[in-house]
Design a protein around this ligand. Structure first.
Ligand SMILES: N[C@@H](CCC(=O)N[C@@H](CS)C(=O)NCC(=O)O)C(=O)O
Length: 304
């Protein structure tokens, strides 16, 4: 029985990224459906505040942000390796561009195009998460984002005309990070039409769509919380932990995304890696939890 629990929802593009990573690695996992808008009463006791999706839970350890989840899965399950070491730096740079810039180009036009099937509460929630987000499309923001996304799609297409995958001959993290955004955007007619004009990008998208998403067994929210209640987090630092003078072990830390969805997590620093910080929290209901965050993309404020 797998220890991996993915808190997700079906339509979430970033969850789709993780489903493909898990599938590539041939991993079994449990999937817990979470709401697509706040509040998320069965998620925030685990994270301490972070409400974005997906979240990976392993016992009493909670991993926020797909960039960190992928690194953790590569470490725990090295074979098959998604990204060979020689391409890892380039893949992580493309992934960061996709997670932030490409997603910001695709998101508004796509949800505005889907406005008829999304409830009004969805737009109210996203407007609180990212000011400027609305069903009406906030002035010229939709047109600008559409143009930017179409340009990005033709750049991707030009690369995929020359190599089967973004970084060459083999699929890497770069592909799965871009894939889930193009796949989501394709639901908007403007991007669907754009895709039809990009044969190489379209062929690449279909190839990744056809890939496995691993074996997922549904789990209830309460069962996932029970697992956290029963587990004890593993606190000793790993071999590659570092001594970060800006993040001293034992200090109280407030963590907040530097883009959107800025609910904070507060906890006591347990250890850090070069691009990871781990805090301990005690939740009155579920007990001791270690919450793991990447450093990149997050404001880390040591409380005085
Ligand atoms: N950088 C984050 C982004 C995650 C993200 O934006 N997820 C979207 C869903 S795909 C989200 O949380 N939207 C608000 C929500 O679902 O409550 C990551 O890589 O995990």
């Amino acid at each position: 029985m797998s220890d991996l629990i993915l808190h997700q929802y079906e339509l979430s593009p970033f969850s789709e990224k993780m489903r493909k990573v898990l599938g590539f690695k041939g991993l079994d996992y449990h999937s817990v459906d979470q709401p697509d808008i706040a509040p998320k009463p069965a998620l925030t006791p685990l994270t301490g505040g972070y409400r974005r999706i997906p979240v990976l839970q392993i016992g009493a350890h909670v991993y926020c942000d797909t960039a960190l989840m992928v690194r953790e899965l590569e470490r725990r399950f090295p074979e098959p390796c998604l990204t060979p070491p020689a391409l890892l730096g380039a893949a992580e740079i493309v992934a960061d561009w996709a997670d932030h810039r490409l997603f910001s180009m695709a998101a508004l036009p796509t949800v505005v195009a889907l406005a008829e099937i999304l409830p009004p509460e969805f737009f109210e929630d996203r407007a609180k998460m990212s000011p400027g987000f609305s069903a009406e499309g906030a002035g010229g923001a939709v047109a600008h984002s559409e143009n930017q996304m179409l340009l990005a799609m033709s750049t991707l297409d030009a690369q995929l005309n020359r190599t089967p995958f973004l970084l060459g001959e083999q699929l890497t993290l770069a592909d799965l990070s871009v894939y889930h955004i193009v796949n989501f955007a394709a639901a908007a007619p403007v991007f669907g039409n754009g895709l039809a004009a990009c044969a190489a990008l379209n062929g690449w998208l279909e190839k990744i769509r056809a890939m496995d998403i691993g074996t997922s067994t549904p789990m209830t929210q309460e069962a996932a919380l029970d697992i956290a209640r029963a587990a004890q987090p593993h606190k000793p630092p790993p071999q590659d932990a570092i001594d970060d003078p800006q993040l001293p072990v034992g200090a109280s830390l407030t963590i907040q995304a530097d883009d959107y969805g800025q609910e904070v997590t507060q906890g006591e620093i347990v250890w850090t890696r070069e691009n990871e910080v781990v805090v301990h929290r005690h939740d009155t209901d579920i007990g001791d939890i270690l919450v793991h965050y990447p450093k990149q993309g997050y404001r880390l404020a040591v409380d005085a």
